[in-house]
Design a protein. Structure first.
Length: 168
């Protein structure tokens, strides 16, 4: 049996503003609105916004300084955290298969005090692995289909975790 907290450990709460400002980013320009700037360092750190006051309320309306890979500073006013699908659609930059996830697929899941306990482990990767965001969910769907049984999926990323039931 595996307790998720013991197997994967607890993650600390992070400051989204501080984490954004700590990234060394690449720059892409939006294909629809060329005034909209996209900044990204990896699949988990994608931001967009405008380099001028616009009353945006992303990141609580803060002005976030980003450092580009060539050493320039770009200020975004109230930038938003975004995702790989939208980055790709709006700029053509493709990071969709670069999400770092880890997790498990199991036949049984029980709640014990303040944690899920999994047993009948079918798949487990304690270390982060690059791939599609829903990589482990897709593995769970294949197990459910092949076995004809309901399975339980746990996925963890830098941004949080998710427990899912996949019906056969």
């Amino acid at each position: 049996m595996i307790l998720t907290e013991k197997c994967f450990g607890k993650q600390k709460i992070i400051s989204g503003q501080r984490e954004a400002a700590e990234q060394l980013v690449s720059v892409a320009i939006d294909k629809i609105d060329p005034k909209l700037i996209w900044l990204y360092s990896d699949a988990a750190h994608i931001y967009n916004g405008f380099p001028f006051p616009n009353d945006s309320r992303g990141m609580a309306g803060a002005i976030i300084p980003f450092t580009t890979i060539d050493g320039k500073i770009i200020l975004l006013f109230g930038p938003w955290h975004s995702n790989t699908d939208t980055l790709y659609a709006r700029t053509g930059v493709d990071l969709r298969d670069q999400h770092i996830t880890r997790g498990l697929v199991a036949l049984k899941r029980d709640w014990t005090q303040n944690d899920f306990e999994y047993s009948g482990i079918l798949y487990l990767d304690k270390e982060g692995t690059a791939g599609k965001y829903h990589r482990i969910l897709e593995i769970g769907k294949r197990f459910a289909q092949e076995l004809g049984e309901t399975v339980f999926v746990f996925t963890q990323t830098n941004g949080g975790s998710c427990h899912v039931v996949v019906e056969r």
